[in-house]
Design a protein around this ligand. Structure first.
Ligand code: PGA
Ligand code: ZN
Length: 441
């Protein structure tokens, strides 16, 4: 049909994300002829983190305290409409690698601080969308090709803590994985039922059922053990077997807990609840996870240690890596340089992939590819600040990553991704594959 699909228009605007903070939205129009008459437009919205890794590509914010508390993104939007538009106008939208390379060149810095990773990512994703639409292909097939059929197992965050909620839970995310399900929709249903039972249980215990940034409940609980025991109760009450039908994943987001002066991890909520200072050294953190994993069916731990602690990560991986998926989020920041380092050191055994940590679609796909070649798992992930854009749902199937982290089944910014995955599974029909992510068939 097309081999050359010129980019005719690139237009950025400021919109709101799920926390009410401004973010970048980009529209890209491709095709022959006059724009607006017979062009095809793709649109994309950029997510944003709260427990942001310090090695992430730079998200440009205006910093004018009188507007949106300094969080407006007018500068990034203007970079989309000038520097980035100039770089890609007239170029071939079907050559995503080349487009992303031009975006990188237009920025010219290692950390994307010139035009901003938020500006670049909006263009990168919108180009892919426009190209897919022009070819009349579903986005996941356009990106993933003829072999894309593997549905991700959800890592559903049902209990929020850390910087995503103002409760006393110190670890950021407690997630359930429906590994015993037959299909994606079946797994999603199981998770939703558990989420609803967890709400009932929290209500019975007179605990709050208000939610955190990713839609998980955010009650004031004593410690991780108590959180996990509530989750087990919810799994059982919903009629499922913990460890068989449903396993548990944690994102400790340990960079947020790390106190550089004390060289230890500080647990403020547990400290408050127990009335004594709770500090854990790196070694104690590893033992802490070991104990939790002995008591509960934990199969995956993300950011168990902080982002600078390569030695600690090696130790963690030696101690737990044969049994448990150890996911580097702040550690790798979707960056193949950091991932390569981790692979060499045998630090972690999986990578979290967040498109805005790196700034272009091609670089995110590079990270998945490098991980898979090294025998590392990859988990496609949302940010705590999301939008109704469901791009990562398509990316999860396109990349064959096999796992997705996209929050609780609550708040439409999260459900947009689950709903898109339901559509993709429906479209694939019998050809859809849903497998336990840690078992090689
Ligand atoms: P963030 O949290 O988007 O706030 O960084 C998500 C995560 O840590 O995985
Ligand atoms: Zn994380």
């Amino acid at each position: 049909m097309y081999r050359y699909l010129p980019i005719r228009r690139v237009y950025g605007r400021q919109v709101l994300d799920s926390r009410g903070n401004p973010t970048v939205e980009v529209e890209v129009t491709v095709g022959e002829g006059i724009v607006g008459v017979n062009g095809t437009t793709g649109r994309a919205m950029v997510p944003s983190g709260a427990s942001t890794g310090k090695f992430e590509a730079v998200e440009i914010r205006d910093g004018n305290k009188r507007e949106y508390m300094g969080l407006s993104v007018e500068k990034a939007v203007s970079n989309v409409n000038t520097k980035l538009a100039d770089a890609v106008l007239g170029e071939n939208a079907l050559d995503q690698n080349a487009i992303d390379f031009l975006l990188l060149e237009a920025d010219g810095t290692e950390n994307k601080s010139n035009v901003g990773a938020n500006a670049m990512l909006g263009v990168s994703m919108a180009v892919a969308r426009a190209a897919a639409k022009a070819l009349k292909l579903p986005l996941f097939q356009y990106i993933g090709g003829v072999h894309a059929k593997r549905m991700p197992v959800p890592m559903m965050n049902i209990l929020n803590g850390g910087v995503h909620a103002n409760n006393t839970v110190d670890l950021q995310e407690f997630m359930i994985m429906p590994v015993g399900a037959e299909s994606f929709h079946d797994g999603l249903r199981m998770c939703v039922e558990i989420y609803q039972y967890l709400k009932i249980i929290l209500k019975e215990e007179k605990l709050t059922t208000s939610v955190g940034d990713e839609g998980g409940f955010a009650p004031d609980l004593e410690d991780s053990r108590q959180v996990l025991s509530y989750i087990i109760r919810a799994i059982e009450r919903a009629g499922f077997r913990p460890g068989e039908d449903i396993t548990i994943a944690i994102d400790a987001a340990a960079s947020e807990l790390y106190d550089e002066e004390k060289e230890a991890y500080y647990f403020p909520g547990e400290t408050q609840k127990k009335g004594k200072t709770i500090l854990r050294s790196g070694k104690e953190m590893v033992d802490y996870y070991k104990d939790l994993a002995e008591e509960f069916p934990i199969v995956s731990i993300e950011d168990g240690l902080h982002e600078d602690d390569w030695e600690g990560w090696k130790h963690l991986t030696r101690e737990l890596g044969t049994k448990i998926q150890l996911v580097g989020d702040d550690l790798f920041v979707t960056n193949i340089k950091r991932l390569r380092c981790g692979i060499k050191l045998q630090a972690a055994n999986a990578i979290l992939v967040k498109v805005n940590q790196i700034g272009t679609l091609s670089e995110a796909l590079d990270a998945v590819e490098m991980a898979q070649k090294a025998g590392y798992k990859a988990v496609i992930s949302h940010r705590s600040g999301e939008t109704e854009d469901s791009f990562i749902a398509d990316l999860a199937v396109a990349s064959g990553a096999g796992q997705i982290k996209t929050g609780a089944p609550c708040r439409s910014d999260r459900n947009a991704k689950y709903n898109q995955l339901l559509r993709i599974e429906d479209y694939l029909g019998k050809l859809a594959v849903y497998e336990h992510p840690f078992v090689v068939m």
